[in-house]
Design a protein around this ligand. Structure first.
Ligand SMILES: C[S@@+](CC[C@H](N)C(=O)[O-])C[C@H]1O[C@@H](n2cnc3c(N)ncnc32)[C@H](O)[C@@H]1O
Length: 225
């Protein structure tokens, strides 16, 4: 999978060069390119924002540099995503769907956002990461990329994915590592028993209990299915 990120702040993406996403790139499972929208500005000072027509607070990213940046990487296999508070709320299902695309282009807004004609021209999939406003699309884009890359074949093990929170609309069961006794708190006996059937049953029960307590809304989704 190839991911092209279009941004005015390329250095914000350093976290994608760490840990699992770094290894996924090194092994060739994903390729991430960061493209500076400023390189497409036709202004002699490389300006990419301007005042909104009609007045109002802040500056807007201009359509021209954004459109030219998109068109520099666009082909018939591209799927365009734009982080936006107006988008559909991101979740594991959307992450999994995006992981099946061959080529993703992410447009990162900044300031007060982007001239609406970019949406009218490219009709990107608009995704929000929650009902609050961030200063730019860089963090939401990284959140979306990190989550989708976990679904790309071979990036993490299938076992991890299947028992992860939100698969089957459940939260993950509680987990423990060594030592078995810490500050007077011991690990549940069953996890030390070596009885895999009992462990699996305990985990299933715990996942259900935890979901009932912390996220009962997920169980309602399961009933509707
Ligand atoms: C300050 S925000 C613009 C907010 C816009 N004026 C509004 O009220 O909807 C700048 C950029 O941050 C990104 N952004 C901010 N909050 C977001 C969220 N909750 N989800 C996804 N992207 C977000 C978008 O790319 C947006 O263009």
């Amino acid at each position: 999978m190839v991911i092209d990120i279009l941004t005015l702040f390329p250095e914000s993406f350093a976290p994608l060069g760490e840990s699992i996403i770094k290894r996924a790139q090194e092994s060739g499972k994903i390729k991430i390119n960061i493209i500076n929208i400023r390189d497409f500005s036709q202004d002699k000072h490389k300006k990419c924002d301007d005042y909104p027509f009609g007045g109002g607070a802040g500056m807007l990213m201009m359509a021209q540099p954004v459109c030219d940046a998109v068109e520099s990487v666009l082909d018939e296999k591209s799927h365009i995503v734009m982080a936006s508070p107006s988008g559909q709320t991101f979740n594991a299902k959307i992450a999994e769907e995006l992981s099946k695309e061959e080529h993703l282009i992410f447009i990162c807004g900044h300031y007060e956002g982007i001239d609406e004609r970019v949406v009218e021209i490219f009709k990107p999939q608009q995704i929000s990461i929650g009902d609050y406003v961030l200063t730019g699309g860089e963090l939401p884009t990284m959140v979306i990329i990190d989550a989708l890359c976990r679904f790309v074949e071979g990036v993490i093990s299938n076992d991890s994915l299947q028992e992860e929170s939100f698969s089957n609309n459940l939260l993950e069961y509680p987990q423990y590592t060594r030592p078995s006794l810490f500050r007077g708190l011991s690990v549940p006996e069953v996890l030390l028993s070596g009885n895999h059937k009992e462990i699996a049953r305990w985990r299933e029960e715990q996942a259900l209990e935890k979901t009932k307590k912390l996220r009962p809304d997920l169980l309602k989704k399961q009933e509707k299915k």
